[in-house]
Design a protein around this ligand. Structure first.
Ligand SMILES: Nc1ncnc2c1ncn2[C@@H]1O[C@H](COP(=O)(O)OP(=O)(O)OP(=O)(O)O)[C@@H](O)[C@H]1O
Ligand SMILES: [Mg+2]
Length: 246
């Protein structure tokens, strides 16, 4: 694992609250992501993991609480500043979310379309990230010609192409067979080492959490119910925490 700088926080959520009608999903959730670490957030299905991510990226407006990315409070940013800040974040959405009508190359070029890079630089980056995920030979294929695992790897390549400081993964291994899931986790580790990124990984896959996390937060009852390393949490005697490790 790369060096983790516990002093520098790249992402900070404080007291986040979000309800839909009388469904209080987040009830004061707080977390901090430090430079260079893989932080896993685990929570049951429906516990609010995706809602939290959507608040982070500005797709949902929180009812209360503050979100800082790279030291900037997002609610205080203009649209322009927010767009600029977004370029520092890579996403791997739940599922792969590749554009079906675009080739692999076009999917990878998509995040670069608003950058100032010239064609040669874009081609170099596309080749570099495809190489990182071991799929250079798929550059001209359509998503429908790829397996589920390959799609996930292309989505991973797309998430890193802007060289983001932070990557957010929503369920990176869900729906994959155990061997392919393991390959994705290996790639994620390589990316952490190669690019020194800080990653926020949302999952309910316990193997994923064990392999990839430097630290974990359990999202239970809308709050950061417990924090610690996999080892610490998995040996907890708290019933709600234990339920995750059975
Ligand atoms: N736009 C919305 N409008 C109303 N309710 C919503 C909306 N988005 C999410 N919810 C509700 O918020 C709760 C949390 O949903 P969320 O998608 O965050 O769960 P999750 O933890 O990501 O689950 P999973 O592991 O299944 O992906 C659910 O009860 C869901 O119905
Ligand atoms: Mg979700």
């Amino acid at each position: 694992m790369g060096t983790i700088n516990k002093k520098t926080s790249v992402l900070k959520i404080q007291n986040l609250k979000k309800s839909f009608g009388n469904n209080a999903v987040l009830n004061g959730f707080s977390m901090e992501l430090f430079e260079g670490e893989n932080l896993v957030i685990m929570g049951k299905s429906g516990s609010g993991k995706s809602v939290m991510i959507k608040c982070l990226v500005g797709l949902l407006i929180p009812d209360e609480g503050s979100i800082e990315i790279s030291g900037k409070t997002i609610s205080e940013l203009s649209q322009k500043e927010m767009n600029l800040l977004r370029t520092e974040i890579g996403f791997l959405f739940q599922g792969s979310a590749l554009y079906d009508s675009m080739t692999v190359r076009e999917n990878l070029e998509f995040p670069l379309r608003k950058s100032n890079l010239n064609l040669t630089e874009i081609e170099k980056l596309v080749n570099e990230v495809l190489e990182s995920v071991g799929l250079l030979n798929t550059i001209n294929l359509m998503p429908e010609e790829l397996s589920g695992g390959m799609k996930r790897r292309i989505a991973l390549a797309r998430a890193i192409i802007m060289k983001p400081k932070i990557i957010i993964f929503d369920e990176p291994t869900t729906g994959l067979d155990p061997i392919t899931a393991k390959e994705i986790l290996e790639l994620m580790k390589n990316i952490q080492n190669q690019y020194h990124t800080s990653s926020l990984i949302i999952t309910h896959d316990i193997d994923c959490a064990r392999v990839i996390s430097n630290r974990m937060i359990l999202l239970i009852d809308g709050i950061n119910y417990a924090e610690g390393t996999f080892k610490e949490l998995s040996s907890s005697t708290d019933k709600k925490i234990q339920a995750f490790f059975k």
